[in-house]
Design a protein around this ligand. Structure first.
Ligand code: PLP
Length: 387
């Protein structure tokens, strides 16, 4: 983008020199008419891809009826969405908000409210985690680089080593209210929890009367081929937070909780002006219907196909160290800076994102098919060949 307008935007993002103006399916178009295969999906957000006809129509129809009413009144799309999320998660109640960080922040508040009556206030999060940029969420984030200059952070939050049950066991005290973790760590480099580890976390939390909160902001909403990543592991947290793909790109976050936990909140205890508004809820209802109506099957089938293609690339190019992840949330660890490869892929018409310094992240729209995966693999191979 040229011109003076952008000088009024705060300088908080290391943006690429690319202005996107439209999209269809897994493809986006820039302001010079260039097209790109979008395998980042706006950082794991655009679940149904771009310009999805049913999603666009639902938004247009709802916009003509009501965009916003506040939570002083009921709106039917919100209640319908809460029912669908409850039915598909096994949890009972939902609080709606507008972003991942807001959902994490709310879940931390809920854990303190629930545990407070029993003198429990501590929250144990994981090293190398990412939970968002609000004060509670950034305190839970186990990466110092995000916390620099913000001290003092929220008291009562500590960190254990991810995928190490002994480290978690050692961190627990009689004051521990909750364990907060990402079933698949996203921002730090697509690192899935081990099967046995996650089962042990759930068991330990259950035995100790500690809430198990899964941050599924990035790995939830169908991205791993199940509506929530924990379902792939057969574990059932007390609380799940999600956002990103939930409303297909319209801002929305959610906190899902068991009845007993949710009942720690009564009227006035938590709120969000825009949370669960009719417009975002109408979009999310379409997303959930599409996910449960066949899109998650696509993720399972084509996620396995993408994994196979990436593994075969890794066998050809020694710069690739490891392939990790599940469904359409895959990471390729490189022995080189990821940003350099991302830039070169962009020059050849493929949008990817990094995760940490040396991991390429593959989070395509959940509707991506074999032809698009072949195209992505072709471009990436060309870039690695020329590296
Ligand atoms: C696991 C996880 N939690 C929370 C967040 C914060 O979400 P948001 O950027 O919507 O506040 C993110 C964002 O990347 C995330 O990956």
């Amino acid at each position: 983008m040229n011109g003076p307008d952008k000088q009024h935007i705060m300088n908080t993002y290391a943006r690429y020199d690319l202005t996107l103006v439209s999209g269809e399916g897994c493809r986006v178009t820039d302001d010079r008419g260039g097209t790109y295969l979008d395998f980042g999906a706006g950082i794991a957000v655009s679940a149904l891809g771009h310009g999805h006809p049913r999603l666009a129509e639902a938004l247009a129809e709802q916009a003509k009826k009501l965009i916003h009413i506040s939570n002083l009144y009921w709106n039917a799309p919100q209640a319908e969405l809460a029912r669908k999320l409850a039915e598909n998660s096994g949890l009972d109640r939902v609080f709606f908000c507008n972003s991942g960080a807001e959902a994490v922040e709310g879940a931390m508040k809920l854990a303190r409210r629930f545990g407070g009556a029993r003198g429990r206030f501590e929250i144990i999060a994981m090293e190398n985690s990412f939970h968002g940029r609000t004060f509670g969420a950034i305190t839970a984030t186990g990466q110092k680089k995000y916390q620099k200059g913000l001290e003092p952070l929220l008291p009562g939050v500590k960190h254990a080593v991810f995928n190490d049950i002994d480290s978690l066991r050692a961190a627990i005290t009689p004051q521990t209210a909750a364990v907060l973790l990402e079933p698949i760590q996203g921002e730090s480099g697509i690192r899935p929890a081990g099967r046995e580890y996650l089962a042990q976390v759930a068991r330990l939390c259950g035995d100790e009367g500690i809430l198990f909160i899964a941050d599924e902001v990035q790995c939830g909403c169908g991205r791993t081929g199940a509506l929530f990543a924990c379902q792939n592991y057969g574990v059932y947290p007390d609380v799940i937070v999600t956002a990103k793909g939930l409303a297909g790109g319209v801002p929305m976050g959610a906190i899902l909780a068991r009845e007993e936990v949710a009942s720690a909140w009564g009227p006035g205890d938590h709120a969000s002006t825009f949370g669960g508004g009719p417009l975002a809820a109408a979009a999310a209802n379409v997303v959930i219907d599409e996910l449960t109506g066949g899109v998650m099957e696509n993720v399972r089938a084509n996620g396995a196909y993408l994994m196979k293609k990436l593994v075969s690339i890794s066998e050809k190019y020694p710069v690739v160290k490891e392939i990790r992840g599940m469904g359409f949330m895959l990471g390729m660890e490189l022995d080189a800076p990821a940003r350099e490869v991302v830039s070169r892929c962009m020059e050849r018409g493929l949008l990817l994102i990094g995760a940490g310094e040396r991991v390429l992240r593959f989070t395509p729209p959940l509707v991506a098919g074999a032809a698009e995966i072949d195209e992505c693999a072709g471009i990436l191979s060309g870039v690695l060949e020329a590296l």
